[in-house]
Design a protein around this ligand. Structure first.
Ligand code: UT7
Length: 331
């Protein structure tokens, strides 16, 4: 379908909870070592939400910063979209909780479940709503409080995840030569869903004593296989974006990948033949925060001055599902 309007990022924000969970802390919880975790993942610390912080609370803090930066009031929002796999509860959505906390008007609000690709899926949906002229201002959030869904007796997974939220406000681009989303490419492969799954708590396997006993209410992952798919799909989505825009890697100023493992990012860089210096890497101090890694990394790099207006940014993600995606924009 032909787009009528181009879409730009008007503002971003992020929030990381104060409490830290370090590799040293994890050494006391499971049989692991700081050295193993650093070498195999690149992670040193994760942020953990406090007991009275739900996903919508993290989302609120990131959203207020993004709205302030965009100079848009919550009342002007037409859609609030929260990408999360750790919602406040199954029903109602975290987006509706966020709408109430923001005191936004009665605009459309819903959650999006695409795991670690969720924020990019969200950007693609928001882009289309604005491109058709249906909506003017959209808030897209990636927010997670994952620590409740991680089994802290399983060293394969508990060392990876943290809590965080990142947000972006999207509006119609007045001068799209200066700043706009060029393309978005999303995909999924449900045949590989078992590789990364939180088995219980839904209609297929409701919560029960058996579930709790077998610890099926926590994330399960086939790490090595996920690793291979992650490298392949992120590389493919990046290449699709470059081809669709008739661009070369040399046209891209920054690549923002999903932050799951430094070695995955290094392998994507190698496979794209891109210098690692082009990649924004934040995993060391926050671990894998699923849908939040890209918006948080984006916001951090804008605020520390690495990302400047007018630069070309390529974002890429993969996650449970197995979902994957890329968004190419001039920021
Ligand atoms: O957002 C998407 C979510 N997930 C991911 O992206 C994860 C992708 N996968 C990975 O990042 C990596 O596969 C892991 C970090 C999860 C694991 O690293 P690996 O190099 O693939 O290790 P492995 O699973 O092949 O295990 C190697 C060894 C095993 O011991 P043996 O069988 O060789 O004796 C594991 O039991 O390392 C052991 N191991 C650990 N040792 C110390 C696994 N986890 C740990 C640990 N500390 N935390």
């Amino acid at each position: 379908m032909k787009s009528f309007y181009r879409v730009r990022i008007a503002g971003t924000g992020s929030y990381l909870p104060e409490k830290l969970l370090s590799n040293k802390d994890l050494e006391k919880m499971v049989e692991t070592s700081d050295e193993w975790i650093r070498e195999r993942t690149g992670i040193v610390n994760r942020h953990i939400a406090s007991d009275n912080e739900a996903t919508s609370d993290l989302a609120l803090k990131a959203s207020l910063k993004a709205l302030e930066e965009a100079q848009i009031s919550p009342k002007e929002l037409d859609l609030i979209l929260v990408a999360t796999v750790s919602p406040d509860q199954i029903m109602p959505s975290t987006a509706c909780e966020l709408q109430a906390k923001l005191d936004a008007r009665h605009c459309m609000a819903f959650d999006l479940s695409a795991a670690c690709s969720g924020f990019l899926y969200g950007l693609s949906i928001a882009n289309e709503f604005i491109a058709t002229g249906r909506y003017k201002n959209i808030l897209v959030v990636g927010a997670e409080v994952l620590h409740h869904f991680v089994d802290y007796t399983k060293r394969e997974t508990c060392i990876l995840f943290g809590d965080a939220a990142g947000a972006a406000v999207l509006t119609a681009a007045k001068d799209y030569e200066e700043s706009c989303i060029y393309s978005h490419h999303m995909a999924a492969n449900g045949t590989l869903a078992d590789l990364l799954i939180l088995p219980a708590g839904g209609s297929k396997m409701p919560c029960s004593e058996e579930v709790l006993k077998e610890r099926l209410n926590y994330v399960r992952m086939k790490g090595r296989e996920i690793f291979k798919h992650a490298v392949r799909t992120m590389t493919d989505r990046c290449q699709e974006a470059l081809d669709a825009n008739q661009m070369q890697l040399s046209d891209i100023d920054w690549i923002i990948p999903h932050q799951a493992n430094t070695r995955i990012i290094e392998a994507v860089a190698k496979s794209l033949k891109a210098p690692l210096e082009k990649f924004i890497i934040t995993i060391e101090d926050m671990g894998n925060t699923s849908a939040a890694t890209i918006p948080v990394s984006f916001d951090m790099a804008i605020r520390d001055g690495r990302i400047q207006r007018g630069q070309n940014i390529l974002m890429t993600a993969f996650g449970a599902g197995l979902t994957s995606g890329s968004v190419l924009m001039r920021y």
